[in-house]
Ligand binder design. Sequence first.
Ligand code: BG6
Length: 515
Amino acid sequence: MAENQNLDTLKTPGAVFFIFGATGDLARRKLFPAIYSLYREGKLDEDFAVIGVARRPRTQEEFREDVYRSIQEFCRYSSEQDSEWHAFAQHFEYKSLDINNIDGFRELREQTEQLETKFNIPGNRLFYLALAPELFGSVSFNLMKGGMLDGEGWNRLVIEKPFGYDLESAAKLNEEIRKVFKEEEIYRIDHYLGKEMVQNIEVMRFANAFFEPLWNNKHIANIQITLGETVGVEERGGYYDHAGALRDMGQNHMLQLLTMIAMEPPSRLLAEDIRDEKVKVLRSLRPYASHEEVKNNVVRGQYTHGSAGGKDLPAYREEDKVNSESNTETYFAARVFVDNFRWAGVPFYIRTGKRLPVKTTEVVVEFKRMPTNVYLGQKHSLEPNLLVIRVNPMEGIYVKINAKKPGSESEIAPVAMDFCQSCIVGINSPEAYERLLHDAARGDSTYFTRWDEVASAWSFVDRIANAWRENQGELESYPAGSWGPKRADELLEEDGFHWWPVNGQLEDNVVWLKN
Ligand code: BG6
């Protein structure tokens, strides 16, 4: 069957989904609920099976009970232990497996073939590795050795970040996986690409006559991308202290969002064409030529003790599993340039941090100011127009324009026209993992990262990380619950800009027009 044959149909083709790491957090919080939502929405072919794979022993009943509990707790749809549930649960089986033991993979093959016969599944197999990346290579190899890839249909590998620690380790990891899977069989997840509004960026840009003509350095003054989180490192201190904000959010989610904003219109809306355009953006990022340039353009911070909502918050160095002398950044902001014809001279300011005042993902496009000569001598200043794309937790967009204040002679007031998608009753956007699983099963790799994207992102990020490694002193601090180090404000002030308030908190005089 041609890889992309099912691309436009809503249903996935019949397939077995293997969830390696089936007793872990990702499976419980995201993957089982996503499969159930797809099932409830009729997007999953009836001829499907799920095999949960993990080391610890579990009976089939215990495993199905785990799946049930995860759906009760984390799914957008609730379920009763009724006949519908039992019909669904029959498609789930468990396999206890030591991933270093080839014989276990051979047993898994037998179990798979039985399920394929039982549910009339045409040999398609999707392997989701919800495992530590160090294991990706050996699991792939053992899948091959154990005969798991000899079925009659397609095989696909779905893997999670972190994909390496730097370009060198990422390349090594890629090489190991590529010994077994072809690039087009590998689906590297960046869950931000599964978010409704991230996918909507493309539609808004390329389907609206009044955005695209303005989408360039003639009309746009700067672009601000904020990925703010209120949480600290929770129970992930061990991983996070090794990674830091740059690797955890910057190399992937942040740069991916930037590519969606900055890419050229693809010639066709097909996966490879879109990914070709995205990788061009990554290759056009102006590399910081020296440690000095990193220092001048990148801010690095770590939260200290603080408070939010009347609650005391510990310093990062006091968090569980974090080194008490850690120099890992929990915040970073950068001034980035995309050196191509469209964006020459337009700064992109990006920032992300833990323990910021709000959980929000937003992109603010600030347009150039209009000439003010028409209004000279009058008491108001004209604010620049803004287009704000709200990705999370609110979904929607708003534009800030200038309008005559009703009833006044000529007074101008800013007005925000708001399209709040998540406020509309009945719109219940699918979770990112639902879309991504659905896409992977249909062979649509548009919203997965291709190796050349991953590699280009690492080579940009590595320069920052290298400069930091040699210059530990540059780490600034910020109190937990604040907007990060002051230096991040100075970065914009140097260019005559400021961070626009996020989370719909515009100036008091703005009139909101809401849907
Ligand atoms: C993950 C990071 O990739 O994204 C986490 O590892 C972060 O540290 C999370 O909290 C944020 O995702 P979201 O969808 O909640 O914005």
